[in-house]
Write a protein that binds this ligand. Structure first.
Ligand code: TYD
Length: 221
């Protein structure tokens, strides 16, 4: 970890919580403030999970739009594989170059969806992710807290496989994120996502700027 001088900020929450919108707004605001946001190959952009690499996008298709639903552990391992590729090819180089990387989902989605909501176990899912994470955890994880019912109503378009599973799963996911906020209080922050978009964006930006300042103060930062 000492090899990194950048900052890793992840946005999380149940489906339809508004994190993709907020991740894009955050990138724009941080870039406007002069920070080196996003990977050097695509400055100013959000990185999305699963995805962000060629293998990751192919895995995303299998997971969310393939013909047959993967078994729970297959699902967990495929997300972990997409993540390992992203860590190696995008995150470690970007952080090593001192960039501020904003991710739309990361490890905590696997812990909440596969670990908690699917019942595989938070520790078990963390365990299979660890080799691919290479010691990397976010400096700050913002969980946008919204009522899952509101979230499902917001997620427009054709639902992907996980959205199509409905409210029960989303309620367990929201409970999973609450567990993670208690378990990792040093990096996970719940922010009320059921407010005016600009108010949410201001809270997200304030938390992110604090994380950037804290990272600047860490040894070697
Ligand atoms: P998301 O990017 O929110 O979908 P969209 O771009 O369609 O809004 O995430 C895709 C789905 O994958 C979402 O339902 C959450 C799920 N997911 C997991 O179950 N585990 C994971 O580790 C990740 C990264 C996502």
């Amino acid at each position: 970890m000492s090899a990194r001088s950048g900052v890793l900020i992840t946005l999380e929450g149940c489906d339809g919580c508004g994190k993709s919108t907020q991740a894009a707004l955050l990138c724009a605001r941080l870039a406007a403030g002069g920070l080196p946001v996003g990977p050097s190959s695509a400055p100013g952009t959000v990185i999305r999970e699963p995805g962000g690499t060629a293998a990751g996008e192919a895995i995303r298709d299998v997971l969310l739009h393939g013909l047959q639903a993967p078994a729970p552990w297959t699902e967990a391992l495929l997300y972990a594989a997409a993540r390992a590729e992203l860590v190696e090819r995008v995150l470690l180089p970007g952080l090593g170059a001192g960039r501020v990387l904003v991710l739309d989902r990361f490890i905590d989605s696997s812990l909440a969806y596969q670990g908690f909501a699917r019942g595989l176990g938070i520790d078990a899912v963390l365990g299979v992710n660890e080799p691919g994470l290479r010691g990397l955890l976010p400096d700050l994880t913002i969980v946008l807290d919204v009522d899952p019912l509101v979230g499902l109503g917001r997620a427009g378009g054709t639902p992907d496989r996980i959205e199509a599973e409905g409210l029960d799963l989303q309620q367990r996911v929201a409970a999973g994120f609450a567990v993670l906020a208690r378990r990792f209080p040093e990096r996970v922050r719940l922010i009320d996502g059921f407010r005016d978009i600009d108010l949410v964006a201001a809270s997200v930006e304030a938390a992110a700027l604090q994380a950037v300042a804290d990272a600047g103060a860490r040894p070697g930062g």
